[in-house]
Design a protein around this ligand. Structure first.
Ligand code: SF4
Ligand code: SF4
Length: 316
């Protein structure tokens, strides 16, 4: 039994699914950045992506689903680099889904991405963008040289389009720590971000989501290289917070891999931790998933430590 499963047993918790609300699509592993903490190991050389055929099959599944989902969460890599990204957004919006784009900001200035901000605004797509600090040093250290300046330029452009300042165009930022520590309190950090980004750069945004780094992929390798892996797992385990269990994203998310495989979350997807009886999204009925057990591993300790961590930030 892994350490997280044992912790759940010791605390009398059985982790099971609720009714799904969000369809999270891992569109591509390709990215214009190679951030040191990336749990997808994304980068310019990666080639994995969802085929058009797989996307059409997922849309057919949505159309025949007896349970309407609320949100489509598009992630990668850089989801905008998928060749059918804009077509997919139109398809999802035409089905009434709220669409979220996990955007790295610098993508707005990549060749071939002209008009991306305008497109997202025209389709009312929510933007969730990583910015692990309100100053350049930490951002460039984690995400690459020059990324901070590009991020600020992108945020100003998005503000000019109405993002972060009009109710139908939410712009949310994501913070994650640089090293092997838990994120600080979300509310206080959000207030600092709002003050600094507005005063220093004239930038506005809606919410700041504080995420913990999960000890897998590039960040896991960095922990091992630095001899901090075991102490970080200990920190996560000792910081277990029972109150986070109810909000864990795996309870209401259907995560779909590049070939249509169904996972409980993005992290399980990267670890290929998958139910044997439901290899693809089109093998399940959305309304039949409530009550199903969730597959867990030691990495899950990152979601339940301290205030908790999910795609939407702290949980308690
Ligand atoms: S921008 Fe996101 S997907 Fe791309 S390398 Fe960084 S963390 Fe990974
Ligand atoms: S890593 Fe995934 S399965 Fe594990 S607790 Fe977090 S969201 Fe749930």
């Amino acid at each position: 039994m892994n350490r997280f499963a044992r912790l759940l047993t010791d605390n009398g918790v059985e982790l099971r699914r609720d009714m799904p609300r969000t369809l999270q699509l891992n569109l591509t592993a390709k990215c214009n950045q190679t951030c040191v903490h990336c749990h997808v190991n994304a980068g310019p050389a990666r080639r994995e992506e969802m085929s058009r055929e797989t996307l059409e099959r997922i849309l057919d599944w949505l159309d025949s689903s007896p349970l309407p989902l609320e949100t489509a969460d598009l992630t990668g890599g850089a989801p905008e680099l998928h060749p059918h990204f804009r077509w997919l957004v139109e398809q999802l919006r035409s089905r009434g889904l709220h669409v979220m784009d996990r955007c790295n900001l610098s993508i707005l200035f990549q060749p071939g991405q002209e008009g991306l901000g305008e497109f997202l605004a025209a389709h009312g797509v929510e933007i969730v963008a990583s910015l692990p600090c309100y100053g350049p040093e930490n951002v460039n250290a984690q995400r690459g040289d020059g990324v901070f300046d590009l991020s600020i330029r992108a945020l100003r452009h998005l503000n000019a389009l109405g993002y972060g300042c009009t109710p139908n165009l939410p712009l949310n930022l994501v913070y994650n720590p640089l090293g092997a520590s838990l994120p600080p309190a979300q509310q206080a950090l959000e207030a600092d971000y709002k003050e600094r980004l507005h005063e220093d750069f004239g930038v506005q945004f809606n919410n700041l989501y504080c995420l913990a780094n999960l000890p897998i992929a590039r960040f896991g390798a960095q922990l091992r290289r630095d001899g901090e892996h075991d102490s970080y797992i200990d920190l996560l385990e000792h910081s277990f917070n029972h109150a986070t269990i109810g909000g864990l994203m795996c309870r209401t998310t259907l995560n779909v891999g590049w070939n249509g495989e169904l996972y409980d979350c993005d992290f399980n997807a990267m670890l290929h931790l998958q139910r044997a009886d439901a290899p693809h999204i089109w093998d399940v009925r959305a309304d039949g998933l409530a009550g199903q057990p969730i597959l867990v591993g030691t990495h899950c300790l990152g979601c339940t430590a301290g205030a908790g961590s999910s795609c939407g930030g702290a949980l308690s």
